[in-house]
Design a protein around this ligand. Structure first.
Ligand SMILES: Nc1ncnc2c1ncn2[C@@H]1O[C@H](COP(=O)(O)OP(=O)(O)OP(=O)(O)O)[C@@H](O)[C@H]1O
Length: 706
């Protein structure tokens, strides 16, 4: 059962001399009402202790022993049993305690607030309680109020002295009590103020504690924050250090790379320099190669040009050789034996002339008089000249071109029709005391020469420039008809239609040839039709004056004019009609202009002057002996041996009477009656020039017998 007990916070001493003392417990305060001598109420703070035990008395005893309790107040009986007369203990629990409580513990037994008795274990009667008294004494010190109760044992013997003491010093006690009360009041006030201050201080302290707590938590927070910041700082520092290290490493790597790059750049620069040097040397080498290439190109071009020339030369030679081996279809190919036979082994008695090419012999082939020109083996240019002569005279036919009958390639011999009056050179010089040429013949020769030159210049497909027109190459037939030859003596030249450039001729006998050569050709080595015009002009002056070509260019050209013309005219030619002579002289001087552009055109200018003179000069010419009454041999048809009336040229180059040749062909022949070679074609071309010449001759020889 629970046992409530109250422990005093301050020890108290009670006097037990009065039964009027009452104990009450209220709100944690133990109220002691003393009605004895001093009659006051004392309120003492007490703590309530509850223990639980089956036996209450045992429990109290146990507590007394446990806490060494020296003073104990407990009930003597239940309050309902209280009475004025009550003197002893009625509660069994009180009796139990009384018997077993140690002697050091003093016990006050109360009931209904009144002290019933007091005493220790030895005190068993209530008298003992009435006889003992407690004395309460107050003692103060600087730290506070301490109430001490001094127990005064009031024995029976001392009770008188106490009464006396009370009576004598009551006033003093009152006085002390009042002082004590005042002092207590003062202390109480101080205690109250102190309590207030303490409260304030406690509040302040609490506030301080709270503040301290707050600060502490703030501090802790700050500490945590600081730790976090420090951690972050450390991490940042570490990161920074790591970054720094990394940057340092990168910087080192970068510096290494920079160094490496610098080295590489240096190497690259060196390499570049080397390459640049190499490039420059390559450029230099390239230039050298280029100049060498240019040189080689020039050499190559020259070589090509030379090769081309050689090729052309070769092809020409091949053609020449071919033409030598295969004679032109119009020409007869004679063997060396035949040549030997016909010339009686080149009998000097038959030799009728000597030139740069070789010797010319008179002979008869198939009963036809011919002139055979045989190459002098000692000349180097002969074979080429032979080829040109064959080439040109083999293709071209004109009444005023010497007829090439055939050739012997083996001996480089050329077989011409025989022209009984020899060369113009010889006739102008009256060689072998021949009669001088009358002015009519001279004009006719000039006209025919102009005619044949026009023919050559306009021949197709390429115009031909003779390039060596001189009196020695102008042969005269029985009627003093002009027959131009000598193509092979000077290289025969072919011109393209729009070109004046030609191959240079070989000048064989410059002494005799020089006066007739175009000065512009001598300067430029370019041959053109006007070169032949120049030669024609010199020959025309020679026909007028009868002077040599050398004298013409040195004396006549610069002197002759219209006023002194008469003094320059060749008197051997007869009485020159002055008008025609003057016209011819003017024409000749124009043809001899040093500047080519100043020379007249043969076809338009010269021929217009000469053609009218041709009719004027067509009177019969008495020249030489009776032989001149005989018609020229070429007037005769090779088949019929009669003077032709309608001459036609066949594919073999010979001229026949048309009727005779037609009969020959119709009888089943396809070969040449002259050469017995197969004809290239069976067409016949009228030889109008020859027909005209025959008709002229018939008119001039009306009494001649054919
Ligand atoms: N077909 C011919 N008929 C008659 N006589 C001719 C014939 N051909 C040449 N002659 C004569 O032979 C001579 C020499 O002729 P050739 O052609 O060799 O002399 P050239 O013309 O003075 O010489 P070259 O021109 O080679 O310097 C001529 O002067 C001429 O008298």
């Amino acid at each position: 059962m629970p046992l409530p007990m109250y422990f005093l916070q301050s020890p108290m001493m009670f006097s037990s001399n009065s039964n009027q003392d009452v104990f009450t417990v209220q709100d944690g305060l133990l109220n002691l009402i003393h009605f004895g001598i001093y009659g006051f109420i004392l309120k003492v703070h007490a703590d309530k202790v509850s223990i639980e035990m089956d036996d209450i008395g045992k429990g109290i005893i146990e507590l007394v022993y446990h806490y060494h309790i020296k003073k104990l107040v407990m009930g003597a009986a239940a309050n309902k049993h209280y009475s004025e007369e009550m003197m002893d203990l009625k509660s069994k629990k009180a009796k139990y305690v009384q018997l077993r409580v140690p002697r050091s513990c003093q016990i006050w037994y109360i009931c209904n607030g009144y002290l019933i008795c007091e005493g220790d274990s030895t005190c068993s009667t209530t008298n003992g309680y009435r006889d003992s008294a407690s004395f309460m004494q107050q003692k103060t010190d600087g730290s506070g109020l301490e109430l001490e109760l001094h127990e005064v044992s009031l024995s029976e013997e001392n009770s008188y002295n106490l009464d006396q003491l009370e009576e004598s010093s009551i006033d003093q006690l009152y006085c002390q009590l009042e002082c004590a009360m005042l002092e207590a009041e003062k202390f109480k006030k101080q205690a109250c103020e102190e309590s207030l201050r303490r409260g304030e201080a406690e509040k302040t302290a609490i506030k301080a504690v709270r503040r301290a707590t707050a600060l502490e938590s703030l501090y802790a927070k700050e500490l945590r924050c600081r730790k976090e910041i420090e951690g972050a700082l450390a991490r940042e520092k570490e990161h920074h250090q790591r970054t720094k290290n990394q940057r340092d490493e990168e910087r080192v790597i970068s510096m290494d790379q920079k160094l490496l790059q610098h080295i590489q750049v240096s190497k690259f620069d060196e390499k570049l320099k080397e390459m640049n040097d190499e490039r420059l040397s390559a450029v230099e080498q390239c230039k050298e190669y280029k100049s060498e290439r240019d040189k080689l190109q020039v050499e190559h071009d020259n070589v090509l040009k030379l090769a081309k020339e050689l090729e052309e030369e070769l092809s020409r030679k091949q053609e020449e050789e071919a033409s030598c081996s295969q004679m032109h279809p119009f020409l007869s190919d004679f063997s060396l034996v035949e040549i030997h036979e016909e010339t009686f082994n080149f009998d000097p008695l038959l030799r009728i002339g000597e030139g740069g090419y070789g010797s010319t012999y008179r002979a008869n082939l198939c009963h036809t008089p011919v002139a055979i020109k045989v190459l002098n083996p000692e000349t180097t240019q002969g074979r080429l000249e032979f080829q040109h002569e064959v080439e040109i005279l083999g293709k071209l036919r004109h009444p005023n071109l010497a007829i090439l009958i055939g050739a012997c390639s083996e001996a480089c011999a050329l077989v011409y029709e025989y022209l009984p009056n020899g060369s113009l050179e010889d006739r102008l010089n009256c060689k072998d005391n021949t009669a001088p040429l009358p002015w009519q013949a001279r004009i006719r020769i000039a006209t025919e020469l102009c005619s044949v030159l026009m023919f050559l210049h306009s021949s197709k497909p390429h115009g031909t420039v003779h390039g060596g027109v001189k009196p020695g190459n102008i042969l005269l037939d029985a009627n003093l008809g002009c027959k131009l030859s000598g193509f092979g003596i000077y290289r025969a030249l072919s011109l393209s239609e729009n070109s004046r450039t030609t191959i240079l001729p070989h000048v064989t006998d410059s002494m005799f040839t020089f006066p007739y050569l175009d000065p512009h050709f001598l300067e430029t080595r370019e041959l053109s039709p006007s070169s032949d015009t120049y030669s024609f002009g010199i020959i025309l002056l020679q026909l007028l004056t009868g002077k040599s070509g050398f004298r013409i260019i040195t004396e006549i050209i610069d002197e002759i004019n219209e006023t002194n013309l008469s003094s320059f005219l060749d008197p051997l030619a007869g009485d020159w009609p002055f008008v025609q002579a003057s016209q011819l002289a003017q024409l000749a001087l124009r043809c001899c202009a040093r500047n080519r552009s100043g020379r007249p055109d043969l076809a338009s200018d010269v021929w217009r002057v000469l053609e009218p003179m041709r009719t004027f000069c067509s009177e019969p010419v008495q020249f030489g002996s009776e032989e001149s009454e005989q018609p020229p041999s070429y007037f005769f048809c090779p088949i019929m041996q009669e003077v032709m009336q309608d001459p036609h040229v066949a594919a073999d180059g010979f001229t026949y009477e048309a009727e005779a040749l037609t009969g020959w062909l119709q009888s089943g022949h396809n070969t040449s009656p002259m050469t017995n070679l197969v004809l290239g074609h069976l067409n016949l071309v009228p030889n109008r020039s020859l027909r005209s010449a025959i008709q002229d001759w018939r008119q001039q020889h009306p009494n001649a017998i054919f």
